[in-house]
Design a binder for this molecule. Structure first.
Ligand code: SAH
Length: 344
């Protein structure tokens, strides 16, 4: 097992096998979760032990292949190269409540949503827990900005990589590590119903966001293939079970697509769908992806939609588009980079 994927008890057991006391494991764990690049940086560990660890538990750190900083809002987008040469994106956003990092959970994605750049080349592989941890750690180290919030809203479908994501959450939440509170973490899914139920069983205090993007099967089927496997009635039933299990208000993401899902009639259908469920709707003006014919809704359509939701008693916010000058959304930078490298 990769040493960075170990929980503290696992590391304690591994170090015990090497004849080391528990406090040593804790020291090493703390170093690793600060984002060191090698054992040599662990100055309170003997040279001899550092050497043994290097042999027994070699670890890798991601390399920055692109870094783009928005001149408008300070958003930074990183394209990292992983140990096998694959690349993933991480975005650092500065909000008034704290620095938020948006991480990728897979290299590519197999969900096939029509509006999303991340899925164009399909799924290459899932990320390991330590690779997700590295996204947070090295964004913090490179930018010098302390990270307090995480959203799992980058490339990939987190619930399609369930076990690795659960381990990553445990690592990042650990008091001896980054100690990021579950309440400061949001996980977004396109709607894998059985996995929503598995997540509910864990009763985590994170925020669960559902990428809804349409109030009917007809509309969701147009843009989200996952809806053919898990239609909207089943998805909403899972959301209600999730709320029952966790008492956490549900978040719904709704990308506003011109002429597709943005009329007053759609807003009313959405209200009906959410009836009785404590919910927040996050409206996202569609980010135009080069390969897609779908266009963002007009400002007027967005405002009208929001007003109908609010009047119907559902809070709805329009997400600020941060980093729009740096391809900061959903797989666009990775896509551009691989095109430049001659891979499509
Ligand atoms: N696979 C997960 C995590 C990705 S989160 C999910 O589907 O929820 C990224 C969010 O951005 C999702 O809500 C996704 O549907 C949305 N999104 C993808 N492409 C977009 C685009 N071009 N414009 C606006 N939102 C987009």
């Amino acid at each position: 097992m990769n040493i960075k994927a170990m929980t503290l008890p696992e590391m304690t057991a591994a170090l015990k096998e090497m004849g080391q006391p528990a406090f040593r494991a804790k020291q090493i764990y703390t170093w690793l979760h600060k984002g060191v690049r090698s054992y040599d940086e662990m100055t309170n560990i003997s040279k001899d032990l550092r050497e043994k660890l290097r042999e027994r538990y070699p670890f890798h750190t991601p390399k920055v292949v692109r870094k783009q900083e928005s001149a408008k809002d300070g958003t930074i987008k990183y394209l990292w190269q992983l140990s096998d040469g694959n690349c993933v994106e991480t975005v650092l956003m500065r909000y008034h409540y704290g620095n938020t990092v948006c991480i990728s959970t897979e290299v590519g994605c197999r969900m096939g949503c029509a509006f999303c750049a991340s899925t164009i080349g399909g799924l290459v592989r899932k990320l390991e827990p330590e690779e997700m941890l590295d996204e947070v750690l090295f964004t913090q180290v490179d930018s010098g900005q302390p990270i307090s919030h995480i959203v799992l809203m980058g490339i990939g479908e987190p619930l399609d990589n369930f076990d690795n994501v659960m381990r990553f959450l445990e690592l990042v939440n650990s008091p001896e590590g980054m100690n990021i509170s579950m309440r400061h973490i949001s996980l977004s899914t396109c709607g894998l119903v059985p996995m929503i139920d598995r997540l509910a069983e864990k009763k985590l205090q994170l925020s669960l966001a559902i990428s809804l993007h349409g109030p009917t099967n007809e509309i969701r089927n147009l843009t989200m293939p996952v809806n053919r496997a898990y239609p909207i009635e089943e998805l909403m039933a899972a959301c209600r079970r999730y709320y029952e299990a966790t008492s956490r208000r549900m978040h719904f993401e709704y990308a506003m697509i011109d002429g597709v899902n943005d009329t007053p009639a759609h807003a009313k259908q959405l209200l009906k769908l959410l009836k009785g469920l404590p919910a927040h709707v996050n409206m996202i003006p569609l980010n135009h992806v080069e390969e897609s014919p779908l266009k963002p809704s007009s400002k007027e359509a967005v405002a009208r939609f929001q007003k109908i939701l609010e009047e119907g008693g559902v809070t709805a916010t329009v997400r600020r588009t941060l980093g729009s000058d740096i391809d900061a959304s959903c797989g666009q930078l990775r896509r551009k980079y691989s095109k430049e490298q001659g891979k499509t």
